[in-house]
Design a binder for this molecule. Structure first.
Ligand SMILES: NC(=O)c1ccc[n+]([C@@H]2O[C@H](COP(=O)([O-])OP(=O)(O)OC[C@H]3O[C@@H](n4cnc5c(N)ncnc54)[C@H](O)[C@@H]3O)[C@@H](O)[C@H]2O)c1
Length: 316
């Protein structure tokens, strides 16, 4: 069983990833500076007798631990709202933070799994998005601190692999949701659920015809760990997500139906550089790790709504 270092372990995905690793018998050392994650989230989803958390900034040295075989670099602000509030921290987490992880991995003979994103495809000119599509990203736009730093991260990791033979892997994660997302992080699912629970209009940007493909968090972390443990992957980069594509308005309708409220929306213009369609091509994940998402959207949303009701908004 391996010792894994998980950066961003107190965040939405990092905590769930830590729990999937310990469930499979591995030990976890989490590192987080609590920019967008929280101790509460770590305690609810990540903590166990095989998992510890250190509060530290991964732009500096990583903690000295012997025997680390796997490094999951997940530390980075991720929601558009968090990235807009912390643009330089976002760039540094994916540049300096990833560089620290790669140097640590070389020194310890460890493997690095990097959390990249479907945002590297930008506003895609190809649909669905396959891993060999290079993307269409505005390097000067308001989303660039995130999109471009992830693209830089992919290039940095690939350079370590070429120059030093590092075993580095890149997961391009498409929109993921589930219990544990901060209710104020501005991402679509918490925003829609919280608005419905409070009886407020659901904010819809740009008419709602734009599409998203939403993956339930348990499916995603299962795929990430399968990919991380694969002995000889024949590709370094893999999409993970759900390929069931829905319009944003459809998703809003489904959320309010599951909450049991009537759909009321408030219309806003589409933000600059917002992608109008997103769907992963999952052929590579199916071929390499025999993986596919298992949770239907209706079921995943019902579970997420139940969590918000129970943990977050008992008073609503
Ligand atoms: N959730 C998604 O749908 C999604 C989609 C694509 C990619 N990703 C990627 O997955 C990773 C995790 O995303 P998430 O949704 O869990 O976001 P999150 O904001 O919930 O978690 C990120 C965590 O990283 C920590 N962090 C940020 N900068 C740090 C630093 N310098 N040092 C230490 N810790 C730091 C934060 O405190 C937080 O706990 C990110 O790299 C993100 O880009 C997520």
């Amino acid at each position: 069983m391996a010792i894994a270092l998980v950066t961003g372990a107190a965040g939405f995905l990092g905590a769930r990833l830590s729990s999937e690793l310990t469930r499979r018998g591995h030990s976890v050392l989490g590192v987080d500076n609590l920019t967008s994650g929280s101790l509460e989230n770590w305690q609810a989803f990540g903590e166990s007798d095989r998992a510890d958390l250190i509060i530290a900034n991964i732009e500096r040295e990583l903690p000295h631990v012997e025997g680390v075989e796997l490094i999951f670099h997940f530390a980075s602000p991720a929601s558009p709202r968090d990235c807009a509030m912390h643009p330089l921290e976002t760039m540094r987490a994916n540049a300096i933070g990833l560089d620290c992880c790669c140097r640590f991995a070389l020194a310890h003979g460890a493997r690095v799994v990097y959390a990249s994103t479907s945002d590297v495809y930008g506003s895609p000119a190809e649909h669905p998005q396959r891993e060999n599509y290079w993307g269409n990203v505005n390097p000067l736009g308001p989303r660039a601190c995130y999109d471009e730093s992830k693209r830089y991260g992919e290039a940095l990791l690939s350079s370590y692999c070429r120059a030093y033979g590092l075993d580095g892997r890149i997961v391009r994660i498409f929109n993921t949701y589930g219990p544990g997302m901060r209710d104020d992080d501005g991402r679509m699912i918490p925003t829609f659920i919280m608005a419905s629970l409070r009886g407020e209009p659901i904010p819809i940007f740009g008419g709602g015809a734009q599409t998203r493909s939403l993956c339930y968090v348990d499916d995603l972390v299962r795929g990430i760990v399968d990919f991380a443990l694969l002995e000889r992957p024949w590709h370094r980069v893999m999409n993970l997500g759900n390929d069931e594509e829905r319009s944003v308005l459809d998703i809003a309708r489904l959320v309010s139906a599951l909450v049991g409220s009537d759909l009321h929306t408030a219309e806003f213009p589409l933000p600059q550089d917002e992608p109008v369609q997103r769907r992963p091509d999952l052929s590579r994940a199916r071929m390499m790790i025999d993986w596919q998402p298992a949770t239907p959207l209706r079921q995943g949303l019902a579970q997420t709504i139940a969590w918000y009701r129970e943990k977050r908004c008992v008073a609503v």
